[in-house]
Design a protein around this ligand. Structure first.
Ligand code: AMP
Ligand code: MN
Length: 337
């Protein structure tokens, strides 16, 4: 692991959370960013942080490499997110959330800045001047919640909405093995601040177009079952998308569908990205660890949700990925009580 040479050394008794709080309080201008192809946790963490910094009277910019999926439009503050591949930042600190390495942002030009790295992914490279890495957090939004609390900013509706959004999506709608009592405690406080869980669930998960419903049909129709039905393999290319009037943005969430079958323990979803590379996403139940498969190909994620991009042709990597997944399923089932 390459630790940043410029990382600030913490004194005894100090914690990353406290140091980050202090540095935020003494600085004025912030740039917030997160990973390319944003998801609910990256959007939620950034916007919760932005609204908290507003409350402290700070100046805030948010820059992302890619636009958010359409169904996040209309969430508070979405219009504040600038989309740019490069940034010339004249700021006092850059807060990078949800990124195990700086390259995950897809935004160039951040390297020389005072970086505050806040993340819950395994294998974070600790690239910041300040690094707060907590794998036990179900969502980065849980960590942002703690930071906002430490900054003494009250939970207003905008902040609560984005904290809840991050948790709702990163727990796979309260399905993943990363949930703790703390998760519900934070959600309880968010609901107390005015968040409506039914509305949130409908907005995030039930916002399909008719085209997407058709796509679900086509995708499940072509699903392959391997390992005696324990592993589902999904594939999608441009042709399938176009036939249903969909774009790559409409593929979010589809990977979870096979897991609704009792027997299926893991899913792998192969997509051909616009640049021709293969995008591999994996999901699993309980102790089936798909992150270790992603790690084998230079990717990452969490035990129940991981991914990576593979150059080259699908036929060249597919066999090895399936082999590793079958092994991960066998190991995961062994440790199941
Ligand atoms: P996805 O399948 O793209 O939704 O990603 C699932 C999880 O794996 C998310 O937490 C991602 O942040 C993580 N992940 C996906 N691709 C990568 C990658 N190339 N490197 C590190 N983490 C990744
Ligand atoms: Mn996350």
């Amino acid at each position: 692991m390459s630790q940043n040479a410029r990382a600030i050394t913490l004194l005894a008794g100090d914690t990353p959370l406290r140091r980050i709080r202090d540095e935020i309080l003494r600085r004025e201008r912030f740039l917030l960013t997160s990973h390319a192809r944003p998801d609910g946790d990256s959007i939620g963490s950034q916007l919760a942080m932005a609204f908290a910094l507003d409350a402290l009277g700070k100046r805030v910019r948010i820059v992302n490499a890619d636009p958010a999926p359409e169904h996040y439009e209309g969430f508070p503050g979405m219009e504040r997110i600038e989309i740019a591949p490069t940034v010339t930042a004249d700021v006092d600190a850059v807060i990078v959330m949800e990124c195990s390495d700086l390259g995950r942002t897809g935004v160039a030009g951040l390297e020389g800045q005072f970086l505050i790295n806040i993340d819950h992914h395994a294998g974070n490279l600790l690239y910041g001047a300040l690094n707060w890495h907590d794998e036990s957090a179900a969502a980065c939004a849980e960590m942002v919640f703690d930071l906002i609390h430490a900054l003494d900013v009250p939970l207003n509706l905008e902040i609560a909405t984005h904290i809840y959004l991050g948790i709702l999506t990163d727990t796979g709608s309260f399905h993943h093995a990363n949930i703790t009592p703390r998760t519900f405690d934070i959600c309880r406080q968010a609901v107390e601040a005015g968040v409506n869980p039914a509305t949130m669930a409908r907005r995030v998960f039930d916002s399909n177009s008719f085209g997407k419903l058709k796509l679900i049909g086509a995708l499940l129709d072509s699903m392959e079952l391997l390992d005696e039905g324990r592993l589902a393999v999904l594939f999608m290319d441009k042709g399938m998308l176009e036939a249903c009037g969909c774009t790559n943005n409409d593929t979010e969430g589809l990977i979870n569908l096979p897991l609704t079958a009792r027997e299926i323990q893991a899913v792998v979803f192969f997509r051909i990205a616009d640049d021709g590379s293969i995008r591999v996403s994996m999901r699993s139940k309980y102790d089936v660890d798909v992150r270790r498969v992603a790690n084998a190909f230079g990717g990452g994620g969490h035990k129940n949700a991981a991914g990576f991009s593979a150059p080259g042709r699908l036929e060249e990597v597919r066999g090895r990925i399936i082999e590793l997944l079958v092994a991960a399923i066998a190991d995961g089932l062994q440790s199941r009580p």
